[in-house]
Design a protein around this ligand. Structure first.
Ligand code: GAP
Length: 488
């Protein structure tokens, strides 16, 4: 069984993720992406953007500022609700301080059996404060990206020739003053949220985009009623059944299904959907589903999907005095749209991807990071098999040609076995070796990371083969002539 500590150690050793400011002893809840991590994270964000923004007809993106007008957070309810959800309280017996969520106040005991000193419970504000300009005006670092979409909603609508229903997406840094950052990247104080607000005519429930691929999708569901009975038994259901049981409305169901499809596309299978109980719904939501992933420390929230209704737009209309309703061409009505909000903790996706890929190979005696090729930081590594000027020249030419299209590396140091192991650990799906035969027959060998099988292909065909392998348009065994490695 791997632990989250194994993953953190591996990520640091390989240059995926480092603890922030280590030379000063680190800073709890903050991390830096290293050279491999920044590439993997970029590929995850790009995959998200392609799937949810560029591949959809009715979706556009923005990048809003991290600090917005402080009244944003008054209107959104974050100052009165979100900011006062976490309490720090000490146990009268073992004296240990613990974070308690608001709904558990005065209800729970310390794990040592002692009573908490509720009179001295201290609220810990979740929003990070900062001060602006010479006036030192108090402002906040955003706790979610969502408000950027609500603030820009009307401008985006007017400048992008959109009509209802449509969505506005962004991926960006968020900040939360977590009392107890833990489990490596899972609960940190600075992280990225990828989310979109999908605006729908307030009286329209029908979703024309729902197709059989969504309706027939299997869902491992932990529903609210089951949890209310203190049970955590999963039900195997489908999106269609959830609709029939009126657990979810059509647009909410469509986006939940799309989220599940993206997770499946990027190889995450250990997924369940958890319906929020009424008592835990956020202040803005009338129905929320979490998508949980089976991390090494348990099954926890990876992403969510909330029905925010008209809450945010109405709050901003009230606070700003601006008319944020829009004219709907189809019904000829001025409306305040309702909103469905799929949200993703991008570091949690990154962590799930690494946990899912991490595999200690006993035979090879090294870790093999079985990342989907499309997400791998380095797509191929080129090795000259021996030190020879002519072979090195061919290898360099191949590297320079592949580099035009893919992130590739050139590796000439150490034994070939060491070079394979290094690349297995980096998650590089293909290693390309150049040898004497490359000079004579203009062929090279490609080694597949996951099963170490090798094929011979022509140098001239290499770029297209690598492209097809990465895009899963071709199977490795069909890409070239298999090499019998026992003879090598
Ligand atoms: N706009 C909705 C919203 O912010 P949320 O559930 O509070 O909803 C969105 O946060 C996502 O951000 C969560 O689904 C989770 O994956 C991620 N997330 C929340 N707190 C986090 C933290 N402290 N560290 C890393 N990711 C976090």
């Amino acid at each position: 069984m791997i632990t989250i500590q194994d993953i953190a150690t591996f990520c640091k050793k390989k240059g995926f993720v480092y603890p922030s400011s280590e030379i000063y002893g680190g800073l709890s809840g903050f991390f830096d992406f290293g050279p491999l991590g920044v590439e993997l994270f970029k590929n995850i964000k790009d995959s998200w953007w392609k799937f949810f923004v560029q591949d959809k007809e009715n979706m556009v993106g923005i990048e809003a500022s991290i600090i917005s007008h402080p009244r944003t957070w008054k209107a959104s309810g974050h100052i009165t609700n979100f900011n006062v959800n976490d309490y720090l309280v000490a146990c009268t017996k073992c004296k240990k301080s613990t974070k308690i969520d608001k709904p558990d106040l005065k209800k729970v005991k310390c794990e040592c059996g002692g009573e908490y000193d509720w009179d001295k419970a201290k609220v810990v504000e979740q929003m990070f404060k900062t001060k602006l300009g010479t006036e030192q005006t108090e402002a906040y670092l955003r706790g979610e990206t969502a408000q950027g979409m609500f603030l820009d909603f009307k401008q985006v609508y007017e400048t992008s020739r959109l009509k209802l229903p449509f969505g506005i997406a962004q991926v960006g840094r968020c900040f939360r003053n977590e009392i107890a950052p833990r489990d490596f990247l899972f609960r940190s104080r600075e992280f990225h949220i990828g989310e979109f607000e999908f605006f729908i005519h307030p009286e329209k429930n029908k979703c024309d985009l729902l197709s059989s691929k969504h309706l027939n999708l299997k869902v491992n569901l932990l529903d609210a009623e089951t949890q209310e009975k203190n049970n955590d038994k999963l039900k195997e259901t489908t999106i269609n059944k959830m609709l029939k049981e009126k657990k979810i409305d059509e647009w909410h169901a469509y986006w939940l299904a799309e989220q599940l499809i993206w997770f499946d596309n990027i190889g995450l299978k250990k997924i369940k959907v958890r319906e929020h109980m009424k008592s835990e719904l956020s202040h803005y939501s009338s129905a929320t589903f979490d998508i949980d992933y089976e991390y090494p420390f348990g099954s926890y929230e990876l992403a969510g999907n909330a029905n925010r209704g008209q809450y945010d737009l109405k709050q901003h209309i009230k606070e700003s005095g601006e008319k944020l309703e829009i004219f709907d061409e189809e019904t000829k009505q001025r409306v305040i749209p309702r909103v469905i909000e799929p949200t993703f903790g991008m570091e949690r996706v990154f962590l799930a991807i690494i946990c899912n890929a991490y595999d200690y190979d006993k035979k090879r005696e090294n870790i093999v990071l079985k990342l989907p090729a499309s997400l791998a930081p380095i797509k191929a590594a080129v090795f000259p098999l021996i030190k020879d000027a002519k072979i090195e020249k061919v290898a360099r030419d191949i590297f320079n040609e592949l580099k035009k299209e893919f992130n590739v590396s050139y590796d000439e140091s150490g034994s070939v076995g060491r070079r394979y192991a290094r690349n297995d650990e980096a998650g590089t799906p293909y290693c390309i070796t150049v040898d004497e035969e490359s000079l004579k027959k203009k062929t090279i060998t490609i080694r597949n990371r996951d099963d170490t099988k090798q094929i011979k292909v022509k140098i001239n065909d290499l770029k297209e083969i690598i492209r097809k392998l990465i895009n899963e348009e071709m199977k490795f065994e069909n890409a070239g002539k298999e090499v019998d490695t026992r003879k090598k």
